[in-house]
Design a protein around this ligand. Structure first.
Ligand SMILES: [Zn+2]
Length: 181
């Protein structure tokens, strides 16, 4: 089966806020599975439901996985909330929805994540470093925020310009492909 497509900037659906999941349905379970498949395929270390165009508060994270040990151990969190932020850390972030770009983002160094698994059991995890950064990045997606919304205006506008150019070139290519018919 084909993998689901990841929405990419500047798709306006990435700016939409996601709603709380009142009751976990079969569709939510399927969505969580689809999200893991996309995350491991890319590979990425996290994914949020709105990146697949579904505006529900659901994230998957696996910061341990590497190509070598191939031991997937995804944390799937329904209605995640971040509490008790402490300290600050700068991390060079990227995002599957923001192609060809990385930038340093300032975040809390430690956070506590609370939420539920797909069976409604509570999850609580104290995280720091990369894992804390990843939790903050994914929960931001649920609020319609991308990491490029957290960098300087100048850096952001340089990226937006580059991205627009790239998209213009891609559509020119498409037109040229069409001419081969
Ligand atoms: Zn992202």
């Amino acid at each position: 089966m084909a993998l689901r497509e990841v929405l990419q900037f500047p798709d306006s659906r990435l700016k939409q806020k996601s709603r709380t999941i009142e009751h976990v349905s079969e569709e939510h379970r399927q969505l969580a599975q689809d999200m893991c498949e996309v995350m491991y395929d890319e590979p990425g270390i996290g994914l949020a439901a709105p990146q697949l165009g579904e505006h529900v508060r659901l994230i998957v994270v696996d910061t341990e996985w590497s190509e070598e040990d191939q031991e997937p151990n995804a944390l799937i969190v329904v209605n995640p909330e971040l509490q008790e932020p402490e300290g600050t850390i700068k991390w060079n972030e990227g995002c599957l929805s923001v192609p060809d770009f990385n930038a340093d983002v300032e975040r809390a160094e430690r956070v506590t994540l609370r939420g539920f698994d797909l069976d409604g059991n509570p999850i609580e995890e104290h995280a720091e470093g990369l894992r804390a950064v990843c939790f903050q990045h994914e929960v931001d997606h649920l609020d319609g925020i991308l990491f490029i919304d957290r960098i300087s205006r100048l850096k952001r506008s340089l990226y937006v310009k580059k991205r627009k150019k790239q998209l213009a070139l891609e559509s020119e290519d498409d037109e040229r492909d069409g001419a081969h018919l």
